[in-house]
Design a protein around this ligand. Structure first.
Ligand code: OFO
Length: 169
């Protein structure tokens, strides 16, 4: 059974993952309003990934005999100056989430909760990918200065992203 401290920390992370999804969905809505349907699609898929991250923790807490307690999700920002600035925020946000995951790992170690420590390794790896995706896209957008035909080509490319739920582990 999961202990109270670990349960509370994972519940907070469930909220953080849902907020990530909400933030990216808000960015997606903004991109749609600017007729950047590829960027909007990429962010919408990202929001689905965040929902998956939250639900994987949701299931884990239940599996360990804990209780999931959902809290209010903070209102996300709704407007950005430009897409470079938006993706700077995506990258900074993912770095923040990595720090949150690392903190959860430290709690699991302190609590000698080996099962949760193992469970969290999936997120540790996932964050490597999340940061790489965000910084890669940010670099591309900076390269074309977030505008012009280069940006339209990136937008077209981002239209092809589809959500593929990771295989159950
Ligand atoms: Fe859940 O990884 Fe992004 O935030």
């Amino acid at each position: 059974m999961i202990n109270i401290r670990m349960e509370k920390a994972i519940n907070e992370q469930i909220n953080a993952e849902l907020y990530s999804g909400y933030l990216y969905l808000s960015m997606s809505a903004y991109a749609e309003s600017q007729n950047m349907s590829g960027v909007a699609n990429w962010l919408r898929v990202q929001a689905q990934e965040e929902q998956f991250h939250a639900m994987k923790m949701f299931d884990y807490v239940n599996e360990r005999g804990g209780t999931v307690v959902l809290d209010a999700i903070e209102k996300p920002r709704t407007e950005w100056d430009n897409f470079v600035e938006m993706f700077e925020e995506v990258y900074a946000h993912e770095q923040k989430v990595t720090a949150l995951i690392n903190n959860l790992v430290e709690i699991a170690m302190e609590e000698k909760d080996h099962a949760t420590f193992n469970f969290l390794q999936w997120y540790v790896e996932e964050q490597v990918e999340e940061e790489a995706n965000a910084s890669g896209l940010l670099e591309q957008l900076r390269f074309v200065d977030g505008k012009g035909s280069g940006f339209f080509m990136i937008d077209r490319e981002l239209k092809t992203r589809v959500f593929t739920p990771p295989v159950a582990e």
